[in-house]
Design a binder for this molecule. Structure first.
Ligand code: F0G
Length: 480
């Protein structure tokens, strides 16, 4: 692990580019048509029609030369592959956990874990569940409860650790429901649903105390553990000289288990794992793994994937990389703030979240201000982002109608090692243009929306003309 104490103001990408891919350049006319065909759902747009893809930081990163070399070395044996043992060693070394179960991605770990826990009618508590985590908890019959820190929803006011859990509220809940009815606590590091904000070590320790007191297993959803650890180094007292690897190890020491979507901080395009010390639970998980993913030394992955994860888990702890990584999100966040665009402040680790409710106050939550901004960003700039608001998290009424979510955000996620500063300057320029013309952006209506994970497949349309809240003199956005 390097720690160069970079003395310059300009933080540079600590890599050079060996392979390039063209971007999808399209005209505004073409994008207007594509949006209509996609039913105003950007998950339905072909990636080759996207210029800058900020839909997600998941599985979209660039691997290193070392990882590609690992791909060539991958051992594809069905059982006991060398690559599995490299993978297992890397995870044990990082987490200190004993039972290492490979899965093809994070949600497979969630599905297996919550099925094995079999907690029908019981509760899982968290700082905030990610959407697939919540869906898997709920599909197992358990109930997912979020306890974000006070102030996490005060998006304008910066704070160092807005990803923390409200431990007092958690404890009151455990007391109210009885500890036997709370089957697990999941701490999501960083807290993706609330702005990619980090969780402090102090908070993790307080949560661990609570979990010990009431005998509740504590698991980390550690998709972005390295970014979280780096934030601890930057912001938490006593850690500024500690190597990030040691901070990460200290985080894992507090937990009884972990699940990871390796598509984030393992710097790969596919993969994940479940890790724990509880042998009985791991046996149940392995049985489910064999049923749905594959044998326990590959779990839905190729040997080459396991090899690349083993390398990525070490590379991600390079502090020059993390410095560049966190600075890139900050750079985008600062650029947007300069143009008066409200964001979740400070910027998160893996991206910047625009507060669409504040940016487009004329659009009601049930008309999806976040999704309206996402569509407009694509129309004007070919940029793809994702809504985290009523479309993703809105509860539904008896007729399937949407009820407003607590927030309306648009996440501009940063793929790892993919875009350069000029790409981000372009994104800032397009958003600055939208900010100047924001009152012309109209809302959307749902045409078709399944009840579970609806944002992936929902079909939408622009609000009917008479209902569209356009300021006097404003122009409808969707038609020319
Ligand atoms: N947990 C967190 C915190 C996540 O961010 C994700 C995925 C998952 C679990 C599920 O992992 O996709 O490998 O099955 N997040 C992606 C995103 C999809 O765009 O934030 P997965």
């Amino acid at each position: 692990m390097k720690n160069t104490n970079w003395p310059w103001k300009t933080i540079i990408e600590p890599f050079k580019i060996k392979m390039v891919e063209p971007l999808g350049i399209t005209s505004r006319e073409e994008r207007l048509k594509l949006l209509e065909q996609a039913h105003y759902n950007l998950f339905n747009i072909k990636a080759e029609k996207v210029l800058i893809d900020m839909l997600t930081d998941s599985g979209t990163g660039a691997m290193s030369a070392e990882q590609w070399a690992g791909i060539m070395r991958g051992d594809e044996s069905y059982a006991g592959a060398r690559s599995y043992y490299n993978f297992e060693r890397a995870i044990k070394d990082l987490t200190g956990l004993e039972e290492i179960i490979p899965v093809h991605q994070g949600r497979a770990a969630e599905k297996i874990l919550f099925t094995a826990l079999n907690g029908k009618g019981k509760y899982v508590i968290s700082n905030s569940h990610f959407d697939t985590t919540r869906a898997n908890v709920e599909s197992s019959g358990a109930i997912a409860m979020d306890f974000p820190a006070k102030g996490a929803l005060d998006f304008d006011k910066p704070a160092d650790f807005k990803g923390d859990a409200d431990v007092r509220a958690m404890e009151a809940f455990v007391k109210e429901k009885g500890r036997k009815n709370v089957i697990m606590c999941v701490m999501t590091v960083t807290n993706n649903s609330l702005g990619g904000q980090p969780v402090s070590m102090a908070n993790l320790k307080a949560v661990q105390n609570l979990c010990r007191k009431y005998s509740i297993p504590l698991f980390l959803d550690c998709a972005r553990f390295a970014e979280n650890a780096y934030f601890i180094k930057l912001r938490e007292k006593g850690y500024n000289k500690t190597p990030v690897k040691e901070i990460a190890e200290e985080m894992f020491e507090l937990a009884d288990g972990a699940m990871m979507s390796s598509k984030k901080d393992a710097l790969v395009n596919m993969g994940g794992f479940l890790a724990m010390n509880d042998k009985d639970l791991s046996l149940k998980c392995r049985q489910l793994l064999i049923l749905t993913e594959g044998f326990s030394t590959y779990g839905g992955l190729s040997g080459r994937d396991l090899e690349a994860i083993a390398i990525g888990l070490k590379e991600v702890l390079d502090e020059d990389y993390l410095q560049y990584r966190i600075r890139s999100s900050q750079y985008l966040g600062e650029g947007l703030l300069k143009h008066g665009i409200p964001i979740v402040n400070p910027p998160g680790g893996h991206g910047v979240y625009i507060n669409a409710r504040k940016f487009l106050p004329h659009i009601k939550p049930v008309n999806f201000p976040g999704q309206a901004l996402v569509c407009r960003l694509y129309l004007e700039g070919g940029i793809r982002a994702v809504e985290i608001g009523t479309l993703m998290f809105g509860k539904r009424d008896a007729k399937g109608g949407f009820l407003p979510a607590p927030m309306e955000l648009v996440r501009m996620a940063m793929p790892r090692r993919v875009y350069t500063q000029s790409h981000i300057d372009y994104v800032i320029e397009v958003l600055a243009h939208l900010a100047k013309n924001r009152e012309k952006i109209g809302g959307l209506e749902a045409v078709e929306a399944p009840l579970v994970l609806s944002h992936f497949t929902a079909k939408l349309k622009p609000m009917a003309e008479e209902k569209t809240a356009v300021q006097p003199g404003g122009r409808k956005i969707w038609k020319r």
